[in-house]
Design a protein around this ligand. Structure first.
Ligand code: FES
Length: 129
């Protein structure tokens, strides 16, 4: 089974965090919370900090990706309470063959927060010049 990668935007900030230090902004806090909870749960995920997923007006933002699967981008996730739902969603994503989590099974925050989905690269595209 392909490993699930979770990309977390560490530069996401809410409108009222303009003067807040970068390490204390929502995206950075979510990344820390997610990393800690994934360790506690021994979750089968790789968590990657990234600077901006181009969904800045919908902080906090994350993405699920895995080889051969659809990539999903989600926004509007709470920094201090989002880790649980993200890991629950990542487990559902990891259990699929194609990355498509059935709508009824998706945690509510992921239903509301979905921004986009991108098809997996096909072998032909992976070898294109
Ligand atoms: S700063 Fe988080 S998506 Fe741009």
């Amino acid at each position: 089974m392909a490993t699930t990668h979770i990309y977390v935007c560490t530069t996401c900030k809410l409108a009222d965090e303009a003067g807040v230090a970068a390490a204390d902004r929502s995206g950075a806090r979510l990344h820390r919370a997610l990393t800690e909870l994934a360790e506690q749960r021994r979750a089968a995920v790789h968590i990657h900090p990234v600077e901006c997923l181009s969904v800045c007006k919908r902080a906090c933002t994350i993405s699920f990706a895995a080889p051969g699967k659809w990539t999903y981008v989600y926004g509007d996730l709470p920094a201090d309470a989002g880790a649980d739902v993200i890991l629950d969603g990542a487990a559902l994503y990891g259990a699929t063959a194609d990355g498509l989590i059935p709508w009824k099974q998706r945690p509510e925050a992921l239903k509301r927060g979905v921004v986009s989905r991108v098809p997996p690269l096909t072998p032909a595209l992976e070898t294109a010049p």
